[in-house]
Ligand binder design. Structure first.
Ligand SMILES: Nc1ncnc2c1ncn2[C@@H]1O[C@H](COP(=O)(O)OP(=O)(O)O)[C@@H](O)[C@H]1O
Ligand SMILES: [Mg+2]
Length: 269
């Protein structure tokens, strides 16, 4: 087999189509089973489902960390297997739950993987948009502050906002957000969600989240169970049918209102 080399000159738009995709890490055990959906460029696809239902495996097919076992994925109408892995990865930004930071300055961490010259203004603009600029200015050495073993320790939410600033500078057409708000406290979640909203604008986005609140505005919601799509649609439509989505929504709404009652009770003591 010859290596895939396709690289459209004008870059990609980001239209994605999964056509009867199945995937197995090991023979005979399908982690994704006959998955089909499509999404226009710039839209948001949300993935919901219990742990092990195949969400991360699905998004990992996009940068071709793995290739499909059967079926096909089309990017702008071209089979993903025709694109070189290197090119695909340059077009896809991934923000993980706990992004990895290097033991170097904040500045170098923000510009890591940005393969072009960026001005100081651009870096600060991205940091502002990611709601991390003020935090950075709060350190004695500002953008030159070292992170990691010999420097400051950043919280999970701060690391994530740093990764968001970096991804803003990389400016990829496709974005993957895997559980990007689940490990942070509520106040940080609000900040991160605002930063993510700005990052998601005009990019095809795949978002994996456990909280319905984080995905209810998605253009397409895919509900997974054991590697299969069991429900698909927009929030309102899914709420109006019996199924996993409505069950999860009801449980989270109950937890939220119990929490609110508790907060109100404590407030009045
Ligand atoms: N690298 C891997 N090698 C083998 N099996 C894996 C690997 N990663 C995930 N799996 C298995 O694939 C299934 C789906 O996992 P995953 O895609 O991580 O689900 P989710 O992200 O929905 O929690 C699980 O049974 C998991 O154990
Ligand atoms: Mg996962």
């Amino acid at each position: 087999m010859t290596a895939a080399t396709y690289q459209p000159e004008d870059g990609i738009k980001g239209q994605i189509c999964f056509d009867q995709v199945s995937f197995a890490y090991e023979k005979d055990y399908l982690v994704l089973d006959d998955v089909s959906f499509s999404c226009e460029a710039g839209k948001v696809v949300a993935l919901l489902g219990s742990t092990g239902s195949g969400k991360t495996s699905l998004v990992n097919l996009l940068p071709r960390f793995y290739d499909v076992t059967s079926g096909q994925i089309l990017l702008d109408g071209v089979n993903l297997n025709e694109y070189s892995r290197e090119f695909l990865r340059s077009q896809i930004g991934i923000v993980e739950q706990e992004p990895f930071l290097f033991s170097c300055s904040i500045q170098d961490n923000i510009t890591y993987g940005v393969h072009r010259e960026v001005s100081q203004e651009e870096i600060e603009e991205a940091a502002r948009e990611a709601a991390i600029h003020e935090v950075i200015l709060g350190f004695k050495n500002g953008y030159d502050t070292l992170v990691g073993e010999r420097g400051v320790t950043l919280s999970g939410g701060q690391k994530q906002r740093l990764a968001i600033a970096r991804t803003l500078l990389i400016n990829p057409r496709i974005l993957i957000l895997d559980d990007s708000t689940s490990s942070v406290d509520m106040e940080t979640e609000v900040q991160i969600r605002a930063a993510l909203d700005s990052l998601m604008t005009n990019r095809t986005t795949f978002i994996i989240a456990h909280r319905i609140q984080s995905i209810m505005n998605a253009d397409l919601i895919l509900v997974f169970d054991k590697g299969k799509i069991v429900q698909t649609g927009e929030h309102e439509a899914l709420l109006n049918q019996d199924g996993i989505y409505k069950d999860i929504y009801d449980i989270q709404a109950r937890i939220d209102s119990a929490l609110q009652e508790e907060i109100d009770r404590v407030d009045t003591i």
